[in-house]
Ligand binder design. Structure first.
Ligand SMILES: C[S@@+](CC[C@H](N)C(=O)[O-])C[C@H]1O[C@@H](n2cnc3c(N)ncnc32)[C@H](O)[C@@H]1O
Ligand code: SF4
Length: 350
């Protein structure tokens, strides 16, 4: 029995070693591997905020994401049993954010997952592409939950390119219906997440105006990852102008606008928000469980793995040597390359 346990654990550590370090450049991988040998148990308490990826598949095929490029595959979902098992292990959790590389609301028995959360008095945050039914969104608002619609453009033309094959009119109607419901209820939250890309810089102010006109409570700026960021240098003055105008709109309404204090390392002036690229405590404060149980370090899907939550291993993974290694390097000059210039703003969800 003992030797089986040892082999299983070693095999797992070996797999994590390959997955975590093989993606780093040779020199960084060498440093991380040798520092890993000096790591023991991470001291981390159970988090109050949990991010869960229910489905790793999508009905849209957004060009900056591509998770939906092969169509919807419901096999890539966390079963209800596994979902319960994860929640059972997280006794202190007060909020679950349903986010992921995929669209959670596509799960046919999505309501049953919400039931699990509500019977445990856990509040819900949903990040969604806005293609679900009004009923789903209303149910979350009914319980004081928060909805974050991804919204990257202010015109039909660009929206339908960035959110293909969604239809502008349909999504806008859904957003407006949810806002009307939210306005009547007077509880919950509706926010927009604008992912800044080379093609939509000029749309930020108009999306903020659309939000203010529709009764949305917040807009947060995210910045696209992958595909290079040289465009940020050449477009920085346009980006800054858009941000400045967005804050002017916010001043005249109840809307809150969250813009990271740096974009690709360039400081953003004005009433900006602390971003994890400046200082990060996300891996301590939050935990992320992927659809297959894999535990990564944060809401931003940093690929670094600390373990797997299934089979009762949630806490063990939070305290693993991989977890310890990541924490030691975080906020240091040897931080994980994926963390560079991170735009996560915990306060945008607060
Ligand atoms: C991957 S989606 C999943 C949730 C849901 N399906 C949605 O569209 O909101 C979560 C967020 O990640 C953003 N996103 C997608 N691809 C990205 C990328 N390459 N870099 C940064 N953010 C990205 C999306 O715009 C969205 O706001
Ligand atoms: S990617 Fe890194 S810096 Fe950003 S939230 Fe995750 S751990 Fe923090």
């Amino acid at each position: 029995m003992n030797s089986f346990k040892l082999t299983k654990r070693d095999a797992n550590a070996f797999a994590l070693d390959r997955r975590n370090f093989d993606v780093l450049d040779d020199q960084t991988a060498q440093h991380w591997r040798s520092d890993f040998l000096r790591c023991g148990t991470a001291q981390r308490s159970n988090p109050k905020r949990l991010i869960i990826e229910l489905l790793n598949s999508c009905n849209l095929d957004c060009p900056m994401c591509r998770v939906g490029q092969y169509g919807v595959d419901l096999k890539r979902r966390m079963s209800l049993e596994h979902f319960r098992e994860v929640l059972d292990q997280c006794k202190r959790v007060e909020m679950v954010r349903l986010n992921g590389l995929g669209e959670s609301t596509l799960i046919p028995d999505f309501d049953a997952y919400l039931d699990e959360l509500y019977t445990r008095f856990i509040s819900v945050e949903l990040i969604t592409n806005g293609t679900a039914s009004d009923k789903i969104y209303e149910r979350i608002l009914d319980r004081g939950g928060k909805l974050f619609f991804s919204w990257d453009a202010a015109s039909k033309e660009l929206f339908e390119v960035l959110r293909r094959p969604a239809r502008w009119e349909t999504c806008l109607q859904t957003l407006k219906n949810s806002c009307t419901y939210f306005g009547r209820l007077g509880q919950g939250h509706i926010g927009l997440i604008f992912t800044l890309q080379k093609t939509n810089i000029a749309h930020f102010t108009s999306v903020v105006q659309l939000a203010a006109d529709s009764g949305v409570a917040s807009v947060q700026m995210n910045v696209v990852k992958g595909g290079g960021t040289r465009w940020v240098d050449s477009e920085f003055s346009n980006i800054s102008d858009q941000i400045h105008m967005a804050f002017e709109i916010a001043k005249r309404s109840t809307l809150r606008v969250f813009v990271p204090d740096q974009i690709c390392g360039k400081r953003v002036e004005g009433a900006t928000s602390a971003s994890s690229g400046t200082h990060c405590s996300a891996p301590n404060d939050e935990a992320l469980v992927r659809w297959n149980g894999d535990m990564q370090v944060c809401n931003m899907f940093n690929p670094f793995l600390i373990g797997n939550a299934f089979d009762g291993n949630f806490e063990k993974s939070r305290q693993s040597a991989f977890s310890e290694l990541f924490s030691k390097k975080l906020n240091s000059s040897e931080g994980h390359p994926y963390c560079k210039d991170c735009v996560y703003m915990a306060e945008a969800y607060a």
